[in-house]
Design a protein around this ligand. Sequence first.
Ligand SMILES: Nc1ncnc2c1ncn2[C@@H]1O[C@H](COP(=O)(O)OP(=O)(O)OP(=O)(O)O)[C@@H](O)[C@H]1O
Ligand SMILES: [Mg+2]
Length: 279
Amino acid sequence: MQTVAVLSLKGGVGKTTVVLGLASAAMRRGVRTLVVDLDPQCNATAALEPEKTAKGLTDVLADPSPEVLRAAVTSSSWGDEVDVLVGSEDAEDLNGHQPDGGHLSRLQDALSELDELIAEGQLPYQLVLLDCPPSLGRLTRSALVAADRALLVTEPTIFAVSGVQRAFEAVQAERANNPDLQPLGVVVNRVRPRSHEHQYRIDELRDIFGPLVMPVALPDRLAVQQAQGACMPIHQWGTPGAREVSLAFNLILARTLRSGRIRRPEPEDEEEDFVEEAE
Ligand SMILES: Nc1ncnc2c1ncn2[C@@H]1O[C@H](COP(=O)(O)OP(=O)(O)OP(=O)(O)O)[C@@H](O)[C@H]1O
Ligand SMILES: [Mg+2]
């Protein structure tokens, strides 16, 4: 199981979009995926339209036992390949300062239980995507304690460099608690390819963060909002804009899978075809 935390310093830059896009690419590729909605806004949960569950994220963080975990995880409306650990609006209460040090490791405990259930063949996931709330607060930190990869999202704007820098610092700081954690890269989202300003900002990010900046950026396309509004995977939306965004997600997923420990379900040469197709 590979666990990827998707985070940013700023709100509204595309974390949930990246989580949904990667889940969509994984679904197309037959990689069984669990989306964990850590955001009290519950946007990922809403977009994936899960069945009603008896438990949610806050229950799992209060009691990370296999029983509670199973009661909080359900299938999405997308299909069998993508499940959801449903978000809780009251998770906001956990995001502030907690005098007792809080329960930063509870998510890690829950994901360890999940790993055991997978090892026993009771759950099928190969990829776990953690959709973080819009801050580097406690919930995001608990994701960094639990994850083995951190994927940073930014827009190509004037404050991108400082935002990414601070997010990297948060990742570095959390490595003291979680030595397995590694930065996977920076996804630049909502790029307008003909914008000189955007190109300038991307170049600036590349100068500073080098190959950590994903070689493919996500274009700004209405299809992203349309597919999310219709609760559909972007790969099934079918417009030229959706195809463009889907191919970018294929490449980001390929890089994610390459960076991790998960075994590909397809034959050896499949990834090359997959990347070629995306290029
Ligand atoms: N590449 C894109 N093209 C067009 N619209 C986009 C793109 N990426 C994101 N959006 C839209 O921008 C809005 C914010 O995106 P999203 O919800 O993914 O950001 P977020 O970082 O998860 O926000 P929050 O910090 O509130 O959780 C959404 O309406 C989404 O549909
Ligand atoms: Mg979000």
